[in-house]
Design a protein around this ligand. Sequence first.
Ligand SMILES: [Zn+2]
Length: 97
Amino acid sequence: MNRQEAAAILKDNLYGFVGDDITEALYLAVEALEGPAPDPKTGLVPCGCGCKPELRDDGWGWHQVYCTGCDMHGGNSHTPDGVIEEWNTAMGWRVEG
Ligand SMILES: [Zn+2]
């Protein structure tokens, strides 16, 4: 089931749940509402293309998040924390607080 199929099932069930696919549709809806989550190892949210980005250091003290899948990249900074936060925000991650 993809997101569009899940949305169609949810629309059909707006006035009362019927059908066996509703549980799967609800799980997909919850995942979509939760949005992307940072990788526990890298702290980086996946790129919009679906690939895992990486944190790069140019050897001169500049850091940048780069996606090897689509060549998307964030800005440069002397500290990794800033570029990770910038990347994650751009990819839809929000820290609720
Ligand atoms: Zn990408």
